[in-house]
Structure formats: C-alpha cells, structure tokens
Design a protein around this ligand. Sequence first.
Ligand SMILES: *Cc1c(COP(=O)(O)O)cnc(C)c1O
Length: 824
Amino acid sequence: MQKPIVYDAPRPEPRALTAEALQSEIIEKLTYSVGKDPIVARPHDWLKATILAVRDRVIDQWMESSRQTWRTSHKRVYYLSLEFLIGRLMRDAMSNIGLMEPVQQALKNLKVDLGDLISLEPDAALGNGGLGRLAACFLESMSSIGIPAYGYGIRYAHGLFRQEMSEGWQVELPEDWLAHGNPWEFERRESAYEIGFGGHVEPITEPDGSLRHEWRPSEHLLAVAFDTPIVGWRGARVNTLRLWSAQPIDPILLDRFNSGDHIGALEESAKAEAITRVLYPADSTPAGQALRLRQEFFFSSASLQDIVRRHLQQYGDLGSLADKVAIQLNDTHPAISVAELMRILMDQHGLKWAQAWTLTRGVFGYTNHTLLPEALESWPVALLERLLPRHMQIIYSINAEVLTEARERAGFNDRQIASISLIDEHGTRRVRMGQLAFVGSHSINGVSALHTELMKQTVFSDLHRLYPERINNKTNGVTPRRWLMQCNPRLTKLITERIGPDFLDDIEKLTALDAHADDPIFQQQFAAVKRANKEALALLIKQRMNVVVSPDAMFDVQIKRIHEYKRQLLNIIEAVALYSAIRAHPEKAWVPRVKVFAGKAAPGYWNAKLIIKLINDVARVINGDPAVRGLLKVVFLPNYNVSLAETIIPAADLSEQISTAGMEASGTGNMKFALNGALTIGTLDGANVEMLEQVGDKNMVIFGLTAQQVADKRGRSEVPRSVIDNSPTLKDALESIASGVFSPDDPNRYRDLVGGLYDHDWFMVARDFDAYAAAQRKVDAIWSDPRRWWAMAIRNTAHMGWFSSDRTIRQYAEDIWNVPVART
Ligand SMILES: *Cc1c(COP(=O)(O)O)cnc(C)c1O
C-alpha cells in the first residue's frame, strides 16, 4: 500500500528566471552534471548544460501542477497515441516559460550562441506525420489551457527513419535520436508494469458460484515509464508525456545465465526489447505484422494499469472511474484498450460485466483519422486468439451484446449486422479495430466537418444509425506557440507592434490584423518579414542542395508525407507543363517560382518512392536548363521533419493543399502555412473547407472536383484517356515524362506511373489537371499585383486563429471529456 499523500510537504525554492542566475547555473551544470571544464566543453556539452538549467525551471512548474491536481481531485485526461511527433523541446520550453531572452543573454556572456545550440538538439521523431504531430500539439494545448493530462505512448529507440537521397532515390537510414542521451526524460523504474502475451484463460468458480476468468500468459515482459515534461504557454501548467520502454522482467535473466543458457537469456531479452525498438514507418496503410499488434497491446496495457493504479491511489474505488478519468484513443492503434480495461475491471477487480461495460464506455472517446478502406486496421482472429486469448473472449462478448441490441432495439437486417460486427467474416476472419473502438466509446469524432460527415455516410453509417448521438466533429488545430511564435519570431514581433500582445494569449485576436490588411506600410513590413524568412531558407537550400534560388521568386511549397492521394504528382506534372510553356514562350512575363518539396515515403510504397525520384529527375533537368533563365526552380529537401517544417513554413508564399477531395481527413500543414501568411491553392478537402469559411473565397484559391464529384466519377467507370486527349497541355507533359525526357538513363522509368493516369486515374490527377493549371495562372496574376497579394496574405494570418489547437482542445474538453477549462 502506498503512503497517503501529504499535500503541503516541503519543496525547494523555485529557481530564479534571470540571466545572471542562468549563467552561473549553466556553468554549474556543465561542471557537475556534464563533468566538463568550460575551457574544453564542446557544443553538445553546452547544449546539455543549458537544457539542464532550463529543465530545473520546468520542474518547478511541473511539481506545482501535479500537486494541484492531487489536491483538487480534478478529472484527468489521458491521450493514448502510438505516435508523438514532438520535435525539439528546448526552444519550446524556453519560449513557453519566458526564458528566451535571459538564456540568450546568459549564453552570450559565456560566448556561446543559442541558435547554434538549438540546431544541435535532435528531433524527437516518434511519429510519421500529421497524426503524431496532432498528438504533440494537443499535449501542448492541454498544458496551455490548464487541463491535467498525460500523453501515453512508446519510447521508440529509433524514431521515423532518416531520409537521404541517392541519385534522386529515397534511402532509409536508421534514426538515432538517443545517441547523445536525452536530458528531457526521467526514467521511472518504480512505475513499471508486467505485460503478458499468449498462454491460456483459466475459468474460476468463486465461492458465491459466479464465474471469473484468469488469464495466464505464457510470456511476460516489463513496461518501464520514461517521463517528459510538456510545458504550456507562460508555464500555465506542465503535463507529462509518459512513454513506455520494453524490458525483460529480469533484466539480467540470472537463472538462465547461471544454468548455462546464455543464448536463450539473450534471445529473451532481445525479444522483449524488440517491442519498442522501432516506429513503424507506415502512413495511411496499417502495418500488418504481429510485432505491431504487440506494440499496440504493450502500450495500451501499461497505460491502463497506470491509470487504474493512480485512480485507486487517489480515490480507492473504481465506481468513480468515469467521473475522474477520460481516455482519448488517437485512431484505432490503442483500440485494444477497450478489451484490456474490461479485463482489468472484471478479472482483476471483480466488477460485473454490466458495470464494467458502462464504465468503459464512460471513459473512452475515439478519434477516427482516415476513411481510406485500405487504412482501416484489422487483425486476424487467429493471431489475436494466440497472442491475447482473454481479450478475444471479451471481444466476442462485446460483439454478442452489441449485435443483440442492434437486432432487438433497432431491428437491423443481416447486411447491417455484418457491417457493424466486430468480426469481419469475409475471407480470413478478422477483428475490426474501428468497430471495437466505436462500440467501446461514448464519443467518436472526426477531424474536420467534411471528414465527419463522410464518416457518418461511409465506414460507420450503420453504427451511426444504431448510436446516432455518438459521432461528433472536432476540427484539428495546431499550436500557435510552435507554429507562429517560435518558428516565426519576426512575424510575431511585427504583429505585436501592430495590434499589441493580446493575441499571444488569445490567438483569435489575430482578427484585429484584418483592418490593417490594405495598409501599404503594413504590407511592406509584412513582405519584408517574409523576405527575411525566404533568405534564410534560400541559404539552407544553397548549403544542403547547392542550388541557388532567388528570394524574389514565389516560394511554392508542398511538404508532407509522399502519398498518391496528396498528389505531389499533380504538382510536378504541372511544373513540367510550366517548364515547356516557359521554353515555348520566352517572350511572356513569367512569374518566377521556386517549387519546394519535402516528405518521406513509406519504404514499401513503390509509387510514392517513384514520385520522389520523378521530382528529383525533373528538378535536375529544369534547374540545369539555361533556357529557363532561373524562372522556375525545383528543389526536393531531404529528411522532412518538424524542425525542417519550422524553417520552411515561415518562408512559404504559396501552400499546396491539393489532395483528392474526400481523402485528406483534415490536414494540419494547411493551417500552419496560412497562419504564417502563405496563400493556399487547394481542393475542397479536409479542413481546407473550413479555412475557406474563415478567410473567405477572395483570399484562397480553390479548384477541382468536390468529394461528391470524385465519388460519382469513381462509381461510373468513365475513361480517363479522353480527359487526357482533350487537354493538350496535360498530354504533352505526360508524354514527355513517359518517354524519358527526364530519365534518359532509363526512359521507361515512369511509363507505368503515367499509365495509371490513362488507365484508372484513381486519384483524379488527370481529371483535376486543367483546373489546377488554371488556378496556378490565377495565382500568378495575384502575385503580379503585390498590393492584392499582401492583403490576401495578411488576411490569411488574421483569420487562422480559429485553427489553434487550444480551440480544438476546448471542444474536446467540453463535449467529450467533460472537464473544466481555464478561459483565456
Ligand atoms: C504538420 C506536419 C505534418 C502534417 O502535414 P499535412 O500537410 O497535414 O499532411 C506532417 N509532418 C510534419 C513534420 C508536420 O509538422
């Protein structure tokens, strides 16, 4: 039994926030914690010493926050996510706690440049893309608006692969973010839980005649917690990101070593550790390996054991669980939690089915992130039975209960029953994790208005009919601290000078900028900020790619995971068409453009990798052709991650958000660009639709088929060939790509890729091409009228406040979690 908590136990004096105090402490940390004499210290030593000094200030707030939660018995929110793409932490912590200036000063006195240290910190790349970045923005917002919250995930030894280019092809290299240690994390060996796999289920008859089940796993390992503090704006609150690392139960496996089984002991330890070794590099397709399911159960089980333990420690009784605990499932990756909580409540704490089921649904909320059929997670029944036999039993029982309700209360027919069943009976029987998450939650949310609507009409239409009050929308957002204040200090300063600092605490106050959008002086200042950011990006492009780009050109940017539905292909085909037009009509006044691409492709996704190669092939030809006279440049920047995004986004003039309508659930990149004063060229997809509502159609360039039109065209197997034949520009561009103009070393390299557009054009690249090209010429026309351009750019910034993740989190808090939030 744990000791009761003494709420006023003594604590040290909080650390001073002055430059003097920081300066002497950095030296102290360098000497006594890093063990280096300042005269020989290397940049990484200074980085570590600085982080340790900053960290002390974070800890002061962290302890205060946690005491407050224990004292006030507030409901806690737990965000379960297999990915947290948090990026670098030092600038975020310093900026949010108000230490930027004193630390900069302290380091300057020590002859160290803060900027150099910042760029040395590795990116914590524990995610693939948008879903993981959303989890990171949410954690920061929950701290900023004062919600007691924990993020739970996996401490991957290796995050998403490092991308390098070899002759224009993507090469995947191991990522090693922990190579220099991680001063932000605290290992909590006392918070370790046993996780089981395999074995069998033992039915036990209790003295009162009731039946209880006990799972006897055949394999055990340990989940060990590592805690990272997540600082909110102005240090309002510091929450905890708790990541689990897998270890063998007996780390040195003494018995087996002593009995001479050295190999067996090593194998067992390697098997345990394999669970948290790598992040699956999959985006919009599920990773169908047993190891992935083991990862999912591992972190779900550890998190739930931790949550239940903490609840019992504070309240002593599980009856109040749903009043004090809200758990959000970020996509279906933690969906097995539904069965695991039922098991913990019934098998370990003796609750009856009905009460356990009510508590479970009271606790969980589920966020859906994709409707792509190929991306909906499911696991073979046989695999689940072998790995998690008790959970399979519970899933069958849940299914029986739900299907009975559907038949008896709602009068569902066989087709509807098949559609809502947790078991997919087509072919090999599989457990559908989306259905499990849905029935085990009281709230199911989509991430943009359009996506939520489509969710009701497609994947969950029958479940929606059965439980019409459950589906709701929570349009995504991004934290304005990282995605404006930290990544774009120049713009932040300019806005502060113009409308005062109130927007720092309430980002929707940015609307005050609207009144200044037509002011020529302000336009000039806004343009000068953009220009300075573009110079910084041009320098980076020169250093990394040895390509010279002019900051006078329009910076036209598409950075995101490479996927056919995101349509980097549409963009590069248009670049090819523009290239021929510039060559054919040298007399015309072309708007100079730099097309910037970045993004990783899943290692097994051939077409995505081929598109990267195509971008690089096209870049080589265009950048090297003197006839282009520098009017068009194409650059592919390798190894897209949060830090690279933080450099590119403030420098973008044009943001490419051109996914096939109906396929991008929300997008968050779109919001970051507009917030930083880029114009969007985009389809009516995901959150673009709501961005259009906020900024108005005068300030955004929208083109292309709607989601409804896409669905109609796919339904009628209409021939795309005629579309191509009717567009000479498209036809020429495709023929040049397919015939090897950009790949003389392998003229057939792109034949099949282009063939796909003639054949099925699933992603509507051919069908949307003319509209896209016309929209690009419209963008050129706006660019040629700078007063119009800058007015539009300013209005984009002015109206992006609504897309703050603070707003999103307030909506989750009010509608899903039922927790109070501090009003700003
Ligand atoms: C914002 C962000 C994303 C998501 O971008 P989308 O354009 O919405 O796909 C992916 N990766 C990183 C590093 C990001 O910062």
